[in-house]
Design a protein around this ligand. Structure first.
Ligand code: PRX
Length: 670
């Protein structure tokens, strides 16, 4: 039920935490529908407050109780060992992710329940019951074992959205291999970097993936990548599109040759709670992507719990999260969370507007999807395509909507609520990160009164705060830094192979000292309103959110300077109606190189080749020089101001050569 309508709020990011400000004007409130609350796991604000209070009184005991919902081979000895900044949860316990996702459902009627409903872009539909999925996972696990993959080995997975990707992940988990899923849209250079950093021994890929009606080859990109990957011993190739692939003898094997004939019986590995489940690369504020390491027991505990509570998962739901498995949302809320809860998971292979802009609504109608979880950038695209597309479909099966990945602007929220949700579905705006592994701040749909644009409050068992740079708490509506004060089960354990960077990236802003416990810094700016709701203002580091994907500007800059004509580059973001942010690259050229439209296109293509099309700058601006501090640091803040407002009036006292900025400003006016 809506109360009062009002304007918008500021969602732009700032590089300086102490300059964070945002405008509060959103007053609309939406209480959960009574019928929804009546059937929900948590059905009232009072019940949620009580849950939160009890959890905060003993965070560890709260999570310990949730861990009991998993299947364990051996019970843990200690629920938490916290040696700042390293947490170990459920120490001494042994478990297995694939057993929790599959075997546990085989004893009863869920055996024949649909686990995955896959729809290919060309319209094919495949349904795998829990029993069938289990059989496939066991076969793939046996195939990996036969290839010599051992417990603790890393297996890279470079695939599209097909059931075999999920099977491959769960097969790794079953034998204790650590998966490293690499988004299928990444270029061979990006794949190579991620394989080499993780030391993967096997790469699982597919001939090609289907996108907008055509084939995008993955095997050839994988071939180019592994040319310089000395650790790769085998490549397993799924024939998704039936196209010809060059197979290197002794190294490459077809999925159907090694998996189809393998035994469907596999004894799962009994793994330590802290056994590494996966590495997932994400962008940071330096050029090199960070290999975020997640382990088993704690990750599964929090992912299972949050899936059940945040999506209010019920036995007959058809759950559809549109994320690609190449991102953390795909790991936690396409694969592990829903399967641990015995849900029916809808997976779609292709783009949302093929063959027409109603593809999502068509899927929802045909498969009677009841829970839909997507990103604000997708919602803004749906809005742009027009409401005639959803209006052609019966969306009455939907009962809950979710968003993730970036702040949702109230206009998009309202559209989602009324056009897609028919005004009757609660919306859960979920805040979390690759590093947090699971949802941290979110409404519970049967209990929380929501306001467009805020993920509301931390979940029970999660202790977050908005603080000033000196660590003192912010007043209500004062912008500050978002921190997590108590270890949580699904937190990252380290950055793979670089613990120093782990400490520096997350634990140096509020370090542990004699009189401070040391807090995890999220990299986000936020404010808390008078009701205690948290509003994310944006990243305060050099990380930019483009179309819900997290990109490190440093990474793109280093891709640009790897081009022979580029001397220096600075990448900043400007607000974009659909993507949230669009990237603008300022580039200075080497010696005799001349700026031209052709070179601009060449540089954009170069970034696509080095990282992937998602990282392509929207615009390249050639500059004679970049504004720098006296110590030589590029002042990205000024460039950001320039592309956002057309001018740069901020503090320029540390600028080395004011003329540089003046020339850029004049260029802007031209
Ligand atoms: O800035 C926050 C934004 O996305 C960042 C995490 O990105 P990534 O690790 O790629 O994970 C995305 C999917 C979990 C956060 O630091 N973010 C994520 N969810 C929200 C959000 N910003 C505002 N509201 C959200 N609901």
């Amino acid at each position: 039920m809506a109360t009062r309508a009002s304007g918008s709020r500021n969602t732009t990011s700032s590089s300086d935490a102490d300059r964070i400000s945002s405008v509060l004007s959103e007053k609309r409130r939406f209480a959960p529908p009574a019928a929804f609350s009546a059937a929900a796991h948590v059905g009232s604000a009072r019940a949620l407050s009580a849950l939160r209070a009890a959890a905060s009184a003993n965070v560890v005991a709260f999570w310990e109780e949730k861990a009991r919902d998993l299947l364990w081979f051996r019970h843990w000895k200690k629920p938490l060992v916290w040696k700042h900044p390293h947490a170990q949860w459920f120490v001494g316990g042994t478990t297995n992710a694939s057993v929790n996702c599959l075997d546990r459902h085989l004893g009863g009627w869920r055996r024949t329940k649909a686990a995955l409903i896959w729809e290919g872009e060309m319209g094919e539909v495949r349904t795998l019951t829990y029993q069938q999925l289990h059989g496939q996972v066991c076969k793939a696990a046996n195939a990996l074992l036969k290839l010599g993959v051992q417990r603790g080995d890393v297996v890279a997975i470079y695939m599209g959205m097909v059931p075999e990707t999920v099977i491959a992940m769960l097969a790794c988990a079953r034998i204790g291999a650590t998966h490293n899923v690499i988004f299928g849209g990444f270029s061979s250079e990006a794949v190579r970097e991620r394989i080499n950093d993780s030391g993967a021994v096997v790469l699982i890929t597919q001939d090609a993936t289907v996108r907008r009606g055509s084939f995008v080859e993955l095997k050839s990109a994988a071939d180019a990548a592994v040319k310089k990957c000395p650790t790769i011993r085998h490549m397993v190739v799924l024939s998704r599109c039936g196209i010809h692939c060059t197979m290197k003898r002794g190294r490459d094997l077809w999925w159907h040759d090694v998996v189809d004939g393998a035994s469907p019986i596999n004894e799962p590995a009994q793994l330590d709670a802290e056994h590494p489940l996966f590495i997932l690369y994400t962008s940071g504020s330096t050029g090199k992507p960070k290999g975020i390491l997640h382990t088993t027991g704690g990750y599964l505990t929090q992912v299972a719990y949050t899936t059940r509570m945040v999506f209010d998962l019920q036995e007959d739901d058809v759950y559809f999260c549109t994320a690609d498995v190449g991102w953390i949302t795909g790991h936690s809320y396409v694969v592990y969370g829903p399967l641990m809860n015995g849900a029916t998971v809808m997976i779609y292979e292709g783009v949302p507007n093929y063959p027409a802009p109603d593809r999502m609504w068509d899927i929802i109608e045909r498969h009677a999807v009841s829970i839909f979880y997507t990103a604000p950038t997708a919602i803004r695209s749906f809005m742009k395509w027009g409401e005639e597309w959803p209006n052609r479909h019966d969306l009455s099966s939907l009962r809950l909507l979710g968003t993730v990945g970036e702040p949702i602007n109230p206009e998009a929220w309202m559209w989602y609520h009324s056009v897609i949700g028919g005004g009757r579905c609660p919306i859960v705006d979920t805040w979390w990160q690759t590093e947090t592994g699971a949802i941290m701040i979110s409404p519970l749909p049967g209990a929380t009164t929501t306001t467009p644009g805020t993920a509301t409050k931390p979940l029970p068992g999660i202790e977050v705060d908005v603080v000033r740079k000196d660590g003192t708490p912010c007043k209500s509506n004062e912008g500050g830094l978002l921190v997590v004060k108590h270890p949580w089960p699904s937190m990252l354990r380290t950055i793979y192979g670089n613990d120093e960077r782990y400490r520096a990236a997350y634990w140096s802003e509020f370090p542990k000292s004699r009189n401070h416990p040391g807090w995890y810094f999220t990299g986000d700016g936020a404010r808390r309103d008078a009701d205690g709701n948290i509003w994310i203002i944006g990243r305060v580091d050099d990380v930019v959110n483009v179309s819900g994907h997290r990109l490190g500007t440093a990474e793109i800059e280093s891709a640009l300077v790897s081009h022979p004509r580029v001397a220096e580059a600075a990448v900043v973001a400007r607000p974009d109606e659909v993507k949230g942010n669009a990237l603008v690259a300022f580039v200075t050229l080497k010696g005799s190189a001349k700026a031209s439209t052709a070179l601009s296109e060449e540089l954009r293509a170069h970034v696509a080749k080095e990282i992937g099309p998602i990282a392509k700058p929207e615009e390249i601006r050639f500059a004679e020089a970049l504004p720098k501090t006296r110590s030589g640091k590029i002042m990205r803040r000024l460039l950001r101001e320039l592309v956002t407002s057309g001018t740069a009036k901020g503090d320029v006292t540390t600028l080395e050569d004011a003329g540089v900025l003046e020339r850029l400003r004049m260029q802007e006016e031209e």
